[in-house]
Design a protein around this ligand. Sequence first.
Ligand code: BTN
Length: 318
Amino acid sequence: MKEKILKLLLSSEGYLSGEDISSALGISRTAVWKHINKLRGEGYIITSSTNKGYLIEKDTEVYSAFEIKRNLHTKLIGREIYFYDEIGSTNAAAKDCRDAADGAVFVAVNQTGGRGRLGRNWFSGEDGIWFSLLLKPDIRPSEVSLITLVAGLAVSAVIDGSGIKWPNDIILSGKKICGILTEMSSEITSLSYVVCGIGINLNIKEFPAELKCKATSVYIETGVLTSKAQFLASVLESFEKYYLIFLDKGFEGCIDEYRKKCITLGKDVSIVRRDESFQAKAVDISPAGELIIERENGVSEAVFSGEVSVRGLLGYSG
Ligand code: BTN
C-alpha cells in the first residue's frame, strides 16, 4: 500500500489530496496519513497543506527496493529485490533464501560481516553498494567461475575509467574499487544455484588506515556523490546484458570486451606455485576464462587466479 501511495505521489504534477488518495486506493484518510509518515521516515520529503493535500519532492535520494525497481529496466535480474538496512552478509542472505526466484537480488545498506575472497573480511560501511545475485543457470559447475568474469565486466562497464584486474577485481587509479565473491551449491555435475556477491565502493569518503593504500571509491576519485539506487539499477542492467550474452553464446560472446577492459594483459606477472615461481607476461584470456601467460622462453600456458600476482605498473597488487 505504501508503495502504491508513493507511485501516486510521484506521478502527480502538484498536490494530491488525502481524499483522492483514499478513494483511489480504497483506504481511510487516517491510513493514508500513517503511510505518508512511514514514507517520511524512509527519507522522502513530503509536505502537507491543509487545503491542498500532499506534495512529494521528486528528486530526494532514498535507497530502497522501490527506488531500485523504479530505475530498473530488466527482464530477469531484480525480478525480486530483498532489501536490508543491516545484515551480516548479503551472500549469506541469498543462500538462506535459495528458493527465491532466479535473478533475485539481495541488497544491504550495511553489512556487519561482509565477506571477501580467501576468507578475508570486506569493509562494508553504509556508503557502498553491497549486493548478491541469486542465479540458477543451466551450466556446468566448472563454468561458474565465468560468471565472476561476466560480473566484473558488467561493473567495469559502468565505472568510467576502470579496468579489470584478472579475474575480477575492478581497479581505478591503481586501487581496488569493487570486489566479487561467487559461491555455488552443486553436485558433481549439476548446479543447484550460484550466489554472486558484489561490493562496490561508491560514496565512501575515507577508508580505514590499513585499506587506504589499496582501496578507492567513486567519490574519492570524482568528488561526486552518486545516487545509490540509480547506480545499482545501472549495474544490474549491465549485468543482465552480459549475463544473457553469456547464457546464449558462452563466455566467447563477452571475451572481446573483457580483453579490452583487462588491465592485466600486456603486464609482467609473478606466478607462484608450490614447486616453482617465475616471471611471465600476461598475453591473453582464453575462452574458458583462464589467463594465458608467456614465459621468458616463449612457451605459453594457462594459469589459475590463485597462482598469479601482478607486479609493477599497478599501485595495487595482490
Ligand atoms: C573480494 O574479496 O574481492 C570480494 C569481496 C566481495 C564483497 C561483496 S559485498 C556483497 C557480498 N556480500 C559479502 O559478504 N561479500 C560480497
